[in-house]
Design a protein around this ligand. Structure first.
Ligand code: FE2
Length: 329
């Protein structure tokens, strides 16, 4: 079957067209347009305006790229949550309109679970602990008894958010991650900064404040190294404990921060030490995009999941572990 997926949880409006021919995830198109800002954060109203403006052009591009017509599509899927309400609503309205006008089934799916499922489909990981690190999200996830459980997560800001806000204070552009990552490898010394792991959860705001206060007193490279080192070591510690607890032997890294060589290196070293396989999907699939929404749509539809238009309301706070995973045995 062929599914058209729509992603609109935050800065990206995307349309992905995916088929499951041969039992595989075949991405026929994965088009998107994202909001970018020189300074300041994302403003919900402006995200909605951006998504309204780009919805139709992105859809048309995706259909053209996939060499498909709306009649060829068997299912319309969209991100139901979690995300920014104003942004989510645009994708949901677009999906409902497409489904109703073309008499196609409609399925709202969870954005975080979509990251996990496309990561597995494209890397061959079977039952991994998933490290999902993006601007807004930081979760250590694994499948246990019918759901993707969140073994650990941030208690305040997302890891990507930490990097971008610190980069802004250093006067770096957005996204700051790649520049900070390069600086990580140019350090001369470690500057002591907070390291906050609470049980299996993480908190980054103390680290953010303390590093900000040392700007001008220490070199930028040393501060970038120390901030990244602590933040990534916190993520690695919790991931290792999740692996040890569940006795899983695969780790899958995804989300925008998966681009970081420093983070990959640290996680890979931990995995090697415990004979665990380490997977990272192609970067274009780690970030927010709609092929993952289309793929999860197919996976859920094949498992028998159906949704009426009346049930398709957005859920900005929808949790990863609220989704009943009835497609895995
Ligand atoms: Fe995401």
């Amino acid at each position: 079957m062929i599914c058209c997926g729509i992603e609109s949880t935050a800065h990206t409006f995307g349309v992905g067209i995916v088929s499951d021919e041969g039992g595989k995830c075949n991405i026929l198109a994965n088009e998107k347009h994202s909001v970018s800002t020189k300074e300041g954060g994302l403003i919900p109203r402006e995200l909605a305006q951006h998504h309204c403006k780009y919805a139709l052009p992105v859809l048309k591009n995706a259909l053209k790229k996939a060499k498909a017509k709306l009649e060829d599509i068997d299912l319309i899927a969209f991100s139901q949550g979690p995300g920014i309400g104003n942004a989510l609503r645009v994708g949901a309205v677009a999906a409902r309109s497409l489904a109703l006008a073309n008499e196609k089934p409609l399925l709202g799916v969870n954005h975080c679970v979509a990251h996990v499922e496309i990561g597995k489909a494209l890397t061959g990981a079977k039952d991994p602990i998933v490290v999902y690190v993006s601007g807004a999200n930081t979760q250590i996830i694994g499948y246990e008894t019918g759901r993707y459980r969140v073994f650990g997560e941030t208690l305040d800001i997302g890891l990507g958010n930490l990097l971008d806000s610190f980069g802004r204070k250093l006067g770096l552009g957005f996204p700051a991650g790649p520049v900070l990552d390069a600086m990580y490898f140019e350090k001369k010394k470690y500057v002591p900064l907070p390291y906050t792991v609470k049980g299996m959860d993480l908190a980054f705001s103390g680290l953010q404040t303390a590093a900000g206060q040392k700007i001008g007193k220490e070199s930028k490279e040393d501060l970038a190294y120390s901030l990244l080192h602590n933040a990534f070591a916190m993520v690695t510690e919790v991931s290792e404990r999740a692996l040890a607890h569940t006795e899983k032997d695969e780790l899958l890294l995804t989300g925008g921060v998966a681009a970081s060589k420093a983070l990959r290196k640290m996680l890979e070293k931990m995995c090697n030490a415990r004979s665990c396989k380490f997977f990272v999907p192609p970067f274009g699939v780690c970030v927010d995009q709609a092929a993952m929404i289309a793929w999860l749509g197919i996976v859920e539809f094949r498992a028998g999941n159906r949704m009426q238009v009346e049930e398709s309301g957005i859920d900005p706070r929808q949790r990863t572990d609220a989704i009943e995973v009835n497609w895995l045995g």
